[in-house]
Design a protein around this ligand. Structure first.
Ligand SMILES: NC(=O)C1=CN([C@@H]2O[C@H](COP(=O)(O)OP(=O)(O)OC[C@H]3O[C@@H](n4cnc5c(N)ncnc54)[C@H](OP(=O)(O)O)[C@@H]3O)[C@@H](O)[C@H]2O)[C@@H](O)CC1
Ligand SMILES: [K+]
Length: 455
């Protein structure tokens, strides 16, 4: 199943221009946008609770005037406060359709619902104190039109004090700011209004995969042999191995990290059999990095020679170079958090999406840039962004679990980007099922149920 497209401000403008070239007017697009805003506001506030609509000078403000007209026609108590007069033809026309009063921003009173139509994709500079004060007007609920005013559409940075919203209504398509931190954390529930834009996007959201159960012809090797390289901290490798076993792998081998807490089904062998395992044609995927320690040069060098798909995680990411990774001929998936990403690729420019994409091209690997806003990038430029990750995932061992799940998906034959996307979804679903304050081991225990939800 394809994810939702994610468009930058420029891509959105291009989609808008294409729609206009195909015969739709800006006014028609704005009317659809304003109607969608009004419908959402109506569901929250209905006809009896005061609604304050903050309108900016551009087309985001235009959407606000359209919503004001429609809500007013339905009998809702609407007040409009404007930063300045409209500056675009479409916004002027929308302003003309609103017959109620328009007060200056500074004169706006608190309301049950504030609709923020100050700035959308056209934000070009930091917010003024006047705008920040208006955004901070007390309200029970806030809806952001397209994006919260003050967030940078393309990278999710904050250009001022932005409040927390009940909901954000993305117009036409999601934007990076809806998914990337810190903006994503302020958007509240995300809705996408279909206003008739069509665009193919190289960036999509991660969605629930559609997995197939094993066929009668399958056996443990076709289900996938995963080998996990242990190291200085064997617990991390055990966790990863256990995750691989619970995420559908047919056979899991753990090298040099035996000990308690493992399912008996996971086969443990001494570390020095790694060259033999790497040469085994039945190997489906190799994982190196969890708990490897700072002294992992020898096993890492052996792992890089694997003809099977390789997952590089944790400590290994600090001991490898993008060039060594790019030299591999079999698929490689990297799972860095921010610190490991910086250690491996240095400070790259642009949004997290831009950085992950550049890193993937440089290392010729799929990069899973982890965090509250996990971004998956492939060397060919395709990107998948996960939304709504459990905040409780920020605990020790969850990265080891993810690496094990990725290895299991590669071992059963998924292409690297699909393996990464499937793994990130399963990891997120297991976390959702685990509830609050789980330990990483509990995440592993939820993996079969998460997998079941994708069959
Ligand atoms: N794409 C689509 O298909 C559709 C898009 N639609 C809607 O249009 C929105 C984009 O509209 P937009 O391009 O007019 O920009 P918008 O966000 O209203 O802001 C521009 C204005 O704000 C000003 N300004 C900027 N920053 C500022 C600051 N910090 N402080 C003060 N002022 C600031 C800026 O001034 P300037 O930089 O020019 O001096 C300019 O006047 C989009 O998000 C969606 O809601 C729908 O209507 C229909 C279909
Ligand atoms: K807005």
């Amino acid at each position: 199943m394809a994810g939702l497209p994610v468009l930058t401000a420029a891509e959105t403008r291009a989609a808008e221009a294409a729609a206009i070239a195909a015969g739709t007017s800006v006014t028609a697009l704005m009317d659809r946008a304003g109607r969608a805003v009004a419908d959402l506001a109506w569901r929250i506030a209905g006809a009896h609770y005061p609604i304050l609509i903050l309108c900016g000078p551009g087309n985001n403000g235009g959407d606000g005037y359209v919503a004001a007209r429609i809500l007013g026609e339905r009998g809702a108590p609407v007040t409009v406060a404007a930063l300045a007069d409209p500056t675009t033809d479409a916004a002027r026309a929308a302003r003309g359709g609103w017959s109620g009063p328009v007060v200056p921003l500074a004169a706006a009173d608190p309301a049950f619902l504030v609709i923020d139509a100050l700035f959308g994709t056209g934000l070009t500079r930091p917010l003024s104190a006047e705008v920040e004060a208006a955004l901070a007007i007390p309200a029970r609920h806030r809806i952001a039109v397209d994006v919260p005013s003050g967030v940078a559409t393309d990278d999710g940075a904050l250009l001022g004090a932005v409040p927390r919203y009940t909901a954000t209504l993305a117009l036409g398509a999601l934007k990076p700011a809806h998914l990337l931190q810190p903006a994503a954390g302020l958007c509240g529930r995300l809705f996408v209004a279909d206003i008739g834009l069509s665009a193919s996007a190289s960036v999509e959201t991660v969605v629930r995969p559609v997995l197939a159960p094993p066929s009668p012809a399958d056996h443990k090797y076709t289900r996938g042999l995963v080998a996990v390289v242990g190291g200085a901290m064997p617990g991390a490798a055990r966790l990863a191995a256990s995750a691989a076993a619970h995420a559908g792998a047919g056979y899991v081998l753990l090298l040099g990290a035996g000990g308690g807490g493992l399912p008996d089904a996971v086969v443990t062998r001494p570390a020095d059999v790694l060259p033999e395992v790497v040469a085994d044609r039945r190997l489906g995927a190799l994982l190196v990095g969890p708990g490897l320690g700072a002294d992992g040069a020898a096993p890492l060098a052996a792992a890089l020679r694997a003809a099977a798909p390789l997952v590089v995680d944790g400590d290994a990411l600090r001991q490898v170079t993008p060039e060594a990774l790019a030299d591999r001929t079999a698929p490689t998936v990297l799972t860095p958090h921010d610190g490991e990403f910086a250690a491996l690729f240095g400070a790259l420019p642009g949004s997290k999406i831009d950085r992950a994409r550049a890193a993937a091209a440089r290392a010729d690997a799929v990069v899973i840039a982890k965090g509250a806003d996990t971004v998956i990038a492939a060397p060919d430029g395709r990107v998948r962004v996960a939304d709504g990750a459990s905040p409780w995932l920020s605990t020790a061992g969850t990265g080891d679990v993810l690496a094990g799940i990725v290895a299991a998906q590669l071992a059963r034959g998924l292409a690297p980007l699909a393996a990464a996307e499937t793994a990130v979804w399963l990891h997120g679903e297991a976390a959702r099922r685990a509830g609050p304050a789980f330990v990483a081991d509990a995440l592993v225990a939820r993996l079969p149920a998460a997998l079941g939800a994708a069959l």
